[in-house]
Design a protein around this ligand. Structure first.
Ligand code: AFP
Length: 333
């Protein structure tokens, strides 16, 4: 069987749907650097890249060596692409602008290595990215404020997952495509041209160790799922928790389900754990492009107007009927 390569697919998009050639260039830069990250990840203990770096990121979280390596690689690649005016990363306090000169059309946000706690135990992790338009019409250097655009302004979003296979999954606003890295010749090949998420689900993902902190609508929804056939839902559900959003989203894109990281009562100043710009926005757009839904319990995540670069948000994403149900429990309150 012959598969279309990533480059061929992007060129076809340029010809048939007017994808800007600058965006092709950026997507290829991300794909290339993620191939390098995938290689570093695969060497693990052999290259001495496991374990902590001895530093903390802006959110006070301990950084792993591979977090730091992936961040450096991503930053160098996207700023070197010639089309990115500035990048922002979950691992850095502020955005980093490209060298002044000509106008560049894009901004990019990324989580260089999502699911860091899985690194040392050889479980799936990934790089998540979100590409936004540069609001400046001139060569002015972007600031953090320029990134504060709602998710519905993204022009491309996706992730590369480093699991049993390395796969790149993204959208440019015309459905979701999935490419698999062929280890024989290091090319990305199109293995799923139109990913769709069924509206109903049989699987849910939530960190149940936080149950005592949840708000009432989440407790109600999960209690109903746990009651299975004997409860109001009338069927049994299965549960999964990989502790890497990238892997949970990948599972949902492959076989359906719902993923939740709700806000809880521990720290009222933190509306959830996940980051809007680096995790929630790109994953929510992928979901909506695959026929699924993504809300914060009240509104579509893609409509949220960000106030801070490292803003956190509650996330309910996946099977449309399930997300609508848990959202309705919030809005009924
Ligand atoms: P790390 O990258 O710091 O491991 O965080 C991953 C993550 O933000 C997200 O990918 C997971 O869904 C979530 O945290 C898992 O959190 P807990 O299992 O600790 O609740």
């Amino acid at each position: 069987m012959s598969y279309q390569t990533l480059q061929q697919w992007l060129e076809q998009e340029e010809q048939t749907n007017g994808l800007p050639s600058e965006l092709t260039r950026l997507v290829l830069s991300v794909a290339d650097v993620c191939r390098e990250i995938s290689y570093e990840v695969s060497k693990g203990a052999l290259a001495g890249v496991l374990g902590v770096a001895g530093t903390e990121n802006v959110q006070g979280e301990e950084q792993k060596k591979l977090d730091v390596i992936s961040n450096e690689l991503m930053m160098k690649a996207v700023l070197g692409s010639g089309v990115v005016a500035a990048c922002a990363s979950e691992e850095m306090d502020h955005c980093v602008p490209a060298q002044a000169g000509e106008r560049r059309p894009y901004l990019i946000c990324f989580d260089p290595l999502d699911g860091s706690s899985n690194i040392d135990i050889n479980v799936s992790i990934g790089t998540i990215f979100s590409i936004l338009p540069n609001p400046h019409e001139d060569a002015a250097s972007p600031t953090d404020d320029d990134f504060l655009q709602p998710g519905n302004r993204q022009v491309c979003a996706g992730y590369v997952i480093y699991g049993p296979q390395t796969q790149m999954v993204f959208t440019v606003g015309r459905g979701v495509v999935m490419f698999t890295l062929n280890p024989d010749d290091n090319t990305y090949l199109l293995t799923s041209p139109n990913v769709q998420v069924p509206a109903q689900a049989k699987e849910f993902a939530i960190n149940c160790s936080n149950m005592r902190h949840w708000e009432a609508p989440v407790k109600r929804y999960i209690d109903e799922l746990l009651a299975g056939k004997t409860g109001v839902r009338g069927k049994d559900y299965n549960m999964r928790w990989i502790a890497a959003m990238v892997a949970e989203v990948h599972r949902i894109l492959c076989r359906g389900g719902i993923f939740m990281y709700p806000r809880d009562n521990r720290d009222p100043s933190k509306p959830g754990k996940l980051r809007l710009m680096y995790e929630a926005n790109p994953m929510s757009w992928l979901m909506e492009q695959a026929g699924a839904r993504a809300t914060n319990g009240h509104e579509s995540i893609l409509n949220i107007r960000p106030e801070k670069l490292h803003q956190r948000v509650a996330v309910f994403l996946g099977a449309a009927e399930e997300v609508e149900r848990v959202t309705s429990y919030h809005t009924a309150d």
